[in-house]
Write a protein that binds this ligand. Structure first.
Ligand code: X2N
Ligand code: HEM
Length: 518
C-alpha cells in the first residue's frame, strides 16, 4: 500500500503548483476549474481504487456522487448484466454517494442473505427510508432481535386458521369493488390496473389484517392519509430521507394521524374488553411482549401495523397488476384458469382457503408473476465489519453496502429457459418436488429453510425472510379467482418502471374487460 500512499503524495504536491497557476486565471476560467475539479478528483480516485486487488472491481462512472445511479435506476437488470459481462458476478458501483457491492447468482444470495448478523445490517440500510413512514421502535428502528420477535408476533395473524376467515372477506371486498367502482361500470370497459389494484389491495388487506373499523374509515377522508404516507415511501426518500418539502411534511402528518388512529382503536378494544382473534390488531394486543419481559407500547403496535400493511400493500398491488396484464395477453390461460376453478368449485362461486390449495394453475400464475416481476429488485444491507468475498482476496469494507438481486437470477436464461416468457406451466412438474435443502433454521419467527442458494427467492431468505408469503398467496389467489370468475380481459404488456419502490408496470397499464355471462 506504500506505493499508493506515495502516489497520493505526489498528486498532492503537483496539486499545490497547479493552485498557483489557477489563481492567475480569469474568473470564468476559475469557475470552469471549480466545476471540473470534482470530476478530476473522482477519476483519479477511481484509478487508484482500480489498482487495489483487495477490492471488488468498481464500475467506472463519470458523474461524481451520482455514480451509476442513472443506468441502475432505469434498468437495473440490464445494468447488472452489462457489469456481469465486464467483471463477473461480483462488482461494485456507486449509487448516489453509496458504494454498493453486488454479487449476482445463487452464491451471491448465500453471501448476502446468509451473512452473519454482526457483519451486515438491514436496519442501517433501510431505517432512513422506513422509520419516518412506519414510525419509531419497530421494524428497522430497533435492534434486530426485536424485529425477529415482531415477526413472530405478527405471524400469529398469518396462520391457516386466519386465512380460512380472510378468504370470504377478501372475496367480498373484490366483488364489492368490481361491482361499484367507476372503472368497472357496465358490461365492458377499460380499467387502469395501477388504480384498481392498489385500491383492491388496501381494501382487502385492511379488512382482514386491521378489521372492519379501519376498513370502513377508508370510505372517508382517511384514505387521503394513506396516499400521503405512500408518497413518502419512494426511492427519493431512500436517497433524501428528509427535505423541507410539502410532501415530507404531509408524510409526517399522515404518519402521526394514522398511528394515533390505530392507537385509539387499540384503546377502544381494550376498554370494551373486545379482544378476539379477528385480525392482526387482536393478535398483537394479545401477544407482543418481548422475551426480556418488556411489552411493546401501544404506539409501537400501531407503528408495526403501519409497517406490515405498507410492505404488503406495494408488493401485493404490484403482483396483481402484473398478473392481470400478463393474463390479458393470454386468453387461453384465462380459460384454463376458469375451467380449473369450475372443476374444483363446481356450481359454488364462493372460493375458500381450501379451494385455493387445490388450484395449481392459480398458484403457478402467481409464482410465475413473481418470477418475472419480483417486487423488490434490490435488497440492501450495510456492511458493519470488513466482509470477505468467499474464495477471493477481496474485502468489502465497513461502511459500504451489499446488494442482492434474486430478481436478476429469476429472469436469467441460465436458471430459467425462455426466461422472458410468461409461462405458469413451467412450474407444473416441480410442485415442491426435489426441494433438496431440507435443512431448516429458526431466527425467532418460526422455521425457514437454511439455504438461500436457490435462484428463485421472491420472498428473500435468511433472518430477514418475508413472513407475508402465505398471506400474499391467499390474498392474490382470491383476487385472481374472483377476477377470472367475473371477467375476460385483454391487454398489452407495458414496460417495467424500476424507479418506484417496487417494480411496477409503466403507464398506460390498462386492461380491456368484459363481464362473463352468468
Ligand atoms: C433520479 C431512473 O430512479 O435515472 F416495507 F414491515 C415493511 C427496498 C428499500 C427497495 C429500498 C434507487 C431505484 C435509485 C431507482 C415491513 C413487503 C418491508 C417486504 C436512480 C433519476 C422494506 C431503494 C428500491 C433504491 C430501488 C426493503 C418491503 N415485504 N414489503 N436514478 O426496502 O422489506 C416493509 C419489510 C427497500 C429499495 C432505487 C433509483 C417489512 C432512479 C432515473 C432516476 N430501493 N432504489 N417489503 N434511481 N433514478 C420491506 C424490506 C425493505
Ligand atoms: C421481508 C418480498 C408480501 C411482510 C421480505 C423480503 C422480501 C419480501 C424479498 C426480504 C427483504 C430483505 O431481506 O431485505 C415480499 C413479496 C411479497 C411480500 C414478493 C408479495 C408478493 C408481504 C406481506 C407482508 C410482508 C403481505 C405482511 C403481511 C414482510 C416482513 C418482512 C418481509 C415483516 C421482514 C423484513 C425483515 O425481516 O427485515 N418480503 N413480501 N411481506 N416481508 Fe415481504
Amino acid at each position: 500500500m506504500s506505493g499508493t500512499a506515495a502516489l497520493i503524495q505526489e498528486v498532492q504536491s503537483v496539486g499545490l503548483h497547479v493552485l498557483d497557476a489557477i489563481l492567475a486565471l480569469s474568473t470564468a476560467q476559475k469557475i470552469m476549474i471549480v466545476v471540473a475539479l470534482p470530476f478530476l478528483y473522482s477519476i483519479v480516485w477511481q484509478f487508484l481504487y482500480s489498482l487495489r486487488n483487495d477490492r471488488v472491481p468498481l464500475v467506472f462512472y463519470w458523474i461524481p456522487w451520482v455514480g451509476s445511479a442513472i443506468p441502475y435506476g432505469m434498468q437495473p437488470y440490464e445494468f447488472f448484466a452489462q457489469c456481469q459481462q465486464k467483471y463477473g458476478d461480483c462488482f461494485s458501483f456507486l449509487l448516489l454517494g453509496k458504494v454498493m457491492t453486488v454479487y449476482l447468482g445463487p452464491k451471491g444470495h448465500e453471501f448476502i442473505l446468509n451473512a452473519k448478523l454482526n457483519d451486515v445490517s438491514a436496519e442501517e440500510a433501510y431505517t432512513h427510508l422506513t422509520t419516518p413512514v412506519f414510525g419509531k421502535g419497530v421494524i428497522y428502528d430497533c435492534p434486530n432481535w426485536k424485529l425477529m420477535e415482531q415477526k413472530k408476533f405478527a405471524k400469529v395473524a398469518l396462520t391457516k386458521d386466519s386465512f380460512i376467515k380472510y378468504v370470504p372477506l377478501i372475496r367480498e371486498e373484490v366483488l364489492n369493488y368490481v361491482n361499484s367502482d367507476s372503472q368497472f361500470r357496465g358490461n365492458r370497459g377499460k380499467a387502469n390496473v395501477l388504480k384498481s389494484q392498489p385500491e383492491i389491495t388496501i381494501f382487502t388487506a385492511s379488512r382482514t389484517l386491521l378489521g372492519e373499523e379501519v376498513r370502513n374509515m377508508l370510505n372517508t377522508g382517511f384514505a387521503k392519509l394513506y396516499s400521503d404516507l405512500d408518497k413518502g415511501f419512494t426511492p427519493i426518500n431512500f436517497v433524501f430521507p428528509n427535505l423541507p418539502l410539502p410532501s415530507y411534511k404531509r408524510r409526517d402528518e399522515a404518519h402521526n394521524t394514522i398511528s394515533s388512529t390505530y392507537m385509539k382503536l387499540i384503546n377502544k378494544r381494550k376498554q370494551e374488553n373486545d379482544i378476539q382473534d379477528r385480525d392482526l390488531v387482536d393478535a398483537l394486543m394479545k401477544n407482543s411482549t418481548y422475551k426480556d419481559g418488556t411489552a411493546m407500547t401501544e404506539r409501537e403496535i400501531a407503528n408495526l401495523l403501519i409497517g406490515v400493511l405498507m410492505g404488503g400493500q406495494h408488493t401485493s398491488a404490484s403482483t396483481s397488476s402484473w398478473f392481470l396484464l400478463h393474463l390479458g395477453e393470454r386468453p387461453d390461460l384465462q380459460e384454463e384458469l376458469y375451467n380449473e376453478i369450475k372443476s374444483v368449485l363446481g356450481d359454488r362461486k364462493e372460493v375458500t382457503y381450501e379451494d385455493l390449495q387445490n388450484l395449481p394453475l392459480v398458484n403457478n400464475t402467481i409464482k410465475e408473476t413473481l418470477r418475472l416481476h419480483m417486487p423488490l429488485h434490490s435488497i440492501f444491507r450495510k456492511v458493519m465489519n470488513p466482509l470477505q468475498v468467499p474464495d477471493s482476496k477481496m474485502i468489502v469494507p465497513k461502511g459500504h453496502y451489499v446488494l442482492v438481486s434474486p430478481g436478476f437470477a429469476m429472469t436469467n436464461e441460465k436458471y430459467f429457459p425462455n426466461a422472458n416468457t410468461f409461462e405458469p406451466h413451467r412450474w407444473d412438474v416441480s410442485q415442491n418436488a426435489g426441494s433438496s435443502d431440507s435443512d431448516t433454521v429458526d431466527y425467532g419467527f418460526g422455521t425457514i429453510t437454511k439455504g438461500v442458494s436457490s435462484p428463485y427467492l421472491p420472498f428473500g431468505g435468511g433472518r430477514h425472510r418475508c413472513i407475508g408469503e402465505q398471506f400474499a398467496y391467499t390474498q392474490l389467489g382470491t383476487i385472481l379467482v374472483t377476477f377470472i370468475q367475473t371477467f375476460k380481459w385483454t391487454s398489452k404488456l407495458p414496460k417495467v418502471d424500476y424507479s418506484s419502490m417496487v417494480t411496477l408496470p409503466e403507464e398506460p397499464a390498462e386492461i380491456e374487460w368484459e363481464r362473463r355471462a352468468e
